[in-house]
Design a protein around this ligand. Sequence first.
Ligand code: G1P
Length: 289
Amino acid sequence: MIKPLRKAVFPVAGLGTRFLPATKAMAKEMLPVVDKPLIQYAVDEARAAGIEQFCMVTGRGKTAIVEHFDIAYELEATLRARSKNTELAALRELQMPPGSISTVRQQEPLGLGHAIWCARAFIGDDPFAILLPDDLVMSDTPCTKQLADVYHETGGCVVAVCEVPREQTNRYGILQIGSDDGRLVEVTGMVEKPKPEDAPSNLSIIGRYVLTSGVIDHLARMERGAGNEVQLTDAMAKMIGQVPFHGLRYEGRRFDCGDKIGFLEAQVAFALKRPEMSAKVAEFLKQYV
Ligand code: G1P
């Protein structure tokens, strides 16, 4: 029996060093693309995939992330008194069902795998999605929904993948693949951040996963991998053969918002998608190029 997917984990303890000084006192996940913080894109995407329970793996200086999803009484009262109904509606949309957000703390930056292991009590025996808020995906069907749909058919683990230039394989988890129908690939192996000459393919994992809880047992060994960190990729690799494991070439476009250029590109792409501002943005862009 394939258990329904209802849980998602959001690793948000990262230091955001690539965005200093902006992230000195502010969580990088609170950086806005147009007018919505990165974490909200991720949570909205998870909700659109039927996720009902959300776990933020936070660290020091990350309280604003959790605050963001709380009720802001004073703010709402002020908006109501001033009849700012559009703004009020936007806040209301943000509101999460009571008890749906949990947090756990990752005290030390020991790697993505360690962050996920910190959420083990939340995960229990259930399948769960992981969304890395740095990876922002623009698509017709939300990326996590695409993964959830595959998961509900195949069971096991499903990761979102896309082709990257060979010289960039050392930035990602890279798949070794078996059968491939052009959309869904069978995963036969995976390596974290291989050198281009060692990479088994150029199919990279982006920050969207659906995994079964068995991965926690592999993470619990705390084996260090690339960069001397506990790598999620290494623990996932141990699941191959134990459960079905697929890579999905998702429909959509990914922006690496952990990178300055990727982040700026996301601003432009998302602004151009907004009917109320696209014409103005297109107009001023012409003046700069
Ligand atoms: C993490 C994962 C990597 C994955 C990437 C996607 O790397 O370890 O396998 O390809 O996210 O963004 P990081 O970006 O944290 O170095």
